[in-house]
Design a protein around this ligand. Sequence first.
Ligand SMILES: [Zn+2]
Ligand SMILES: [Zn+2]
Ligand SMILES: [Zn+2]
Ligand SMILES: [Zn+2]
Ligand SMILES: [Zn+2]
Length: 496
Amino acid sequence: MPAPGTIEVHMDLRNPPPMYFVQGPVSIVTAGQLCAYCAKPSMTGLQKCSGCHRVKYCSKECQKKDWPYIHKTMCKQWKQINELNKAIPMFWPGFGPNDDRTQRQNAYKIRREQARRTCGPLSKAFELSLLIALLNSDEIKCANCWKTPFETEKYAGLKHTCSECRFAWWCSDECYSVKETFHPADVCQGIGQRAALQHLDVAVSVGRRKMLTSLQVPTLQTVKKHTPLSSLSGWDEYAAILDPSFSTRIASLAQTYAQIHGDVDKALRTMAFDHKAIPMTILATLEELYPDIATRQKLKVHLIGAGPREATIDEEMESILHFLPALKELHVAYIGPRIENVMLSAVIDSACTRPPKDAACHHCQAQGRGFFRYRHTEFYHDYVNEAAASNGAASPDLCVLINSGFSEEATATWLTTLDWLIAKGKAPILCTQFTITEAKKEQAYFDGREDVQVLTRMEKNKWGSPRDILRQDERVITDGTAGRNSHYRLVVQGKK
Ligand SMILES: [Zn+2]
Ligand SMILES: [Zn+2]
Ligand SMILES: [Zn+2]
Ligand SMILES: [Zn+2]
Ligand SMILES: [Zn+2]
């Protein structure tokens, strides 16, 4: 007998269903766009489980196989969660389409808490499955009043679906008539992009292919002549002018995945530019700060408070070397406690007593050019104190705080680092932010400090990621606008 709240899984390890190779939340499944067993995509025509109404199957066969495998247990839990939807309604008489959204958000939170309690501790298998999507509040609900199809006595689907993103629903004609309020064009586009990316993620996991590796490494050899990023209008020109081989690769991948989603080409570009956002933001800032950048031979960058996000694009950082043909050495240090358990793909000398192995591609190495990476798992202020004493590693050309958002979580350690950077650091500090709200707060923070000189005022970052990471319900924290990796940026420096 399994303990209450745990999930019994009958896993045939030799033959697990494709769906269980999928990592992470998959709201496209709860939205009924994929078969919950074999992960075959379909916009229409999938058969729903008549017990829980939460998952769909492409065939009787898939449904039959999934039942003993996991759905027998999950179905029961989904039904309990559906009951909760009735008990804590999002939509009650007098609660019209234009009513307070915060109130609705709160009701939704309570419901999610209850769902968590009902399900008990989640087993690994359950986590891989679909419940997580619900707990992340990515489920089918009216985009206007947040009513779910499970609130009614007898299950009834939502009446309208967005024909553009196919990922927004409205419960009634009344809610549909005010569609624009919470589902304007840019929100629709962001949601559609999330869905397309999920379809792509699923296809890649199910195919057990390495995660589109070819889009994640620097995609070009060193350019012949330096082209300032400031001369380009953005990612489309980047792909067309600076890196044509990259466009070719996207086009061929798009062909491979063409069956998956109508917007797979766009999704692939989004995914690829997402990986390039940090290096290109850094390069653009270096160009702005140093007019002699095209002839520089050595550059040092510190990524402060670095974590998994910075680590996943570590190879991509070599792009900076590739876009600056005169550059002989690029040194990038990843510094922060969160980098500890993250494997960077090359050996990194954290003792900092001798240069680490050159991690540059063989073309660069053949030309005697080097790309050196360092990893330090201390807080930055501790690191610089030690490093300054040993080998002068504390004097980079640029300090980078990716998605700093420090005004949100100004912990003591964080402020110690910031104070050090301003009082003792010699380098300019690039801060990037997810949202305009964060960017405004940080700008106000620096404006309020007399020891800070603002070199570039807060602005939308041309080289920020095009990947919209906010879920529909999270948009309330940004007044409905998008949240993206390094969406905004500003550059400051301590007054000397
Ligand atoms: Zn199927
Ligand atoms: Zn079911
Ligand atoms: Zn509604
Ligand atoms: Zn839409
Ligand atoms: Zn190279």
